[in-house]
Design a protein around this ligand. Structure first.
Ligand code: F6P
Length: 364
C-alpha cells in the first residue's frame, strides 16, 4: 500500500546527509513504491508551517556528492522547548510539539525519519513517546553518539583536519614553532585524537582528559630536547584544564548552547610563558563540517538511508539504524542516547593513545 513518509535533517549539518536523503528517496520509491517528502529547515520549518518539498527521483539526482543538506537545518529546532521572548526581553520555553502532529496530519505524512545527533535523537525519543511514528539516522561529525561505532561526517572532518596538520607541519618545521590546531569536539575528542595521531601531533588535548599546562610544557620540552625543533598540538574545542572550565567565546543564551572557542589560544599563551618558543594558533571551525563528503561518508550515509526505510516498513517506531563493526544494526533510540560515546582514558593522565592499543613506548 502506498505511503507518504518524511525526512528531516535536524541539528548541525554533516557531510553525507544528502547521501541519506537520496538513499531514503530511492529505497522508498523503488523498493516500496512510497512517496518521500523533505521537511524544510528541521523543526524550525515545521513550527513555521513551511510546506514539505517533494523528493522525487529527479530532485535527489546529483546530490550525493554535495555537502550540507538540501533540506536545510534548524537553528532552534526543539519543538518541546521553543524559546518565547517575554516583554522584558527574557525567554521562557514552551512545549509546541503538538504542532508536529498537526503538521503531519495536514500534510498526510505517515512517518518521519529524523537524521541527527544526540540532541535530535532525544527529540525523536520524546516524539516517539508522544505516539509519533518516528525512526532515526545517527549523524554528527563529532562521532560521539552512542549505539553506533561511526557516524557519517566524521571521516570527512578527519581528512580535513589531517590535511591541515600536514600543512602546519611544514611551516612549523621551517620556523621551529609550536603550532596549535583547534578542532571541533564539544563533549568528545574523537576528531582531535584520530586526526592528531594520523597527523603526527605531539600533544592532543581532549574534553575527556583535563590537562595541565605543566604537562604540555614538559612534553614540548622533551620533543625539542630530542632534536625535533617544532611541535604540533591538537586541541579539541571542548578541552579544559584540570580544575578549570571550558572556553566559550559566546555564552549560552535562552537555552541555546554557548559557542566554544579560544582554548588553543589560551594554552598557546601559557606555553610561551613556560618555554622560550614561538607559537601560532589555527582554528579550523566549520571548515571541518562543510564541503564534499568523502567516499566513506557517502557510503555510510547511503547504507543508513536505505536501511532506515526498512525500519519504517517494519514499523519499528522509536528505533534507529547504527553501525557495529561493518554491520548495519537496528536499536532503540533510547539506548543510543543513554550515554554519549566518549574516549575512555586508561591511566592518569593519558597523553598517548594507550587506551586504543597504540603505544610508541613513550608513556609520559
Ligand atoms: O556537530 C557538532 C559540532 O560540530 C560541535 O563540535 C560544535 O561545537 C558544534 O557542532 C557547532 O555547531 P553550530 O555552530 O552549528 O552550533
Amino acid at each position: 500500500m502506498s505511503k507518504k513518509i518524511a525526512i528531516s535533517t535536524g541539528g548541525g549539518d554533516a557531510p553525507g546527509l544528502n547521501a541519506v536523503i537520496r538513499a531514503v528517496t530511492l529505497t522508498a520509491h523503488n523498493v516500496y513504491g512510497w512517496e518521500t517528502v523533505g521537511l524544510r529547515n528541521g523543526f524550525d520549518g515545521v513550527m513555521a508551517g513551511e510546506p514539505p518539498i517533494l523528493l522525487s527521483l529527479e530532485r535527489v539526482r546529483d546530490i550525493v556528492s554535495r555537502g550540507g543538506t538540501i533540506l536545510g537545518a534548524a537553528n532552534r529546532g526543539n519543538p518541546f522547548q521553543r524559546p518565547l521572548q517575554q516583554p522584558d526581553g527574557s525567554f521562557v520555553h514552551v512545549d509546541e510539539s503538538d504542532r508536529v502532529v498537526e503538521h503531519m496530519q495536514k500534510e498526510g505524512i505517515e512517518a518521519i525519519i529524523l537524521a541527527g545527533g544526540d540532541g535530535t535523537m532525544a527529540i525523536a525519543q520524546m516524539l516517539y513517546e508522544k505516539g509519533v511514528p518516528v525512526v532515526g539516522v545517527p549523524k554528527t561529525i563529532d562521532n560521539d553518539l552512542g549505539g553506533t561505532d561511526r557516524t557519517f561526517g566524521f571521516d570527512t572532518a578527519l581528512n580535513i583536519v589531517t590535511e591541515a596538520l600536514d600543512r602546519l607541519h611544514t611551516t612549523a618545521e621551517s620556523h621551529h614553532r609550536v603550532m596549535f590546531l583547534e578542532v571541533m569536539g564539544r563533549h568528545a575528542g574523537w576528531i582531535a585524537l584520530h586526526a592528531g595521531v594520523a597527523g603526527d601531533a605531539d600533544v592532543i588535548l581532549v574534553p575527556e582528559i583535563p590537562f595541565t599546562i605543566e604537562a604540555v610544557c614538559e612534553k614540548v620540552r622533551q620533543v625539542r630536547a630530542s632534536g625535533r625543533l617544532h611541535s604540533l598540538i591538537v586541541v579539541a574545542e571542548g578541552a579544559a584544564p584540570a580544575g578549570g572550565t571550558q572556553q566559550f567565546y559566546i555564552d549560552s543564551v535562552d537555552g541555546q548552547e554557548g559557542r566554544l572557542g579560544g582554548i588553543a589560544q589560551l594554552v598557546s599563551q601559557q606555553i610561551t610563558r613556560c618555554l622560550d618558543v614561538e607559537t601560532r594558533v589555527t582554528v579550523l571551525g566549520h571548515i571541518q563540517r562543510g564541503g564534499t563528503p568523502t567516499n566513506i561518508d557517502r557510503w555510510l550515509g547511503t547504507r543508513f538511508g536505505a536501511n532506515v526505510v526498512h525500519l519504517v516498513k517494519e514499523e519499528k517506531w522509536g528505533y534507529m539504524v547504527g553501525l557495529r563493526g561493518d554491520e548495519i544494526v537496528h536499536l532503540p533510540i533510547a539506548e543510543a542516547i543513554a550515554e554519549l560515546k566518549r574516549i575512555e582514558p586508561q591511566g592518569e593522565p593519558v597523553r598517548t593513545a594507550r587506551g586504543l592499543g597504540i603505544s610508541f613506548g613513550d608513556e609520559s
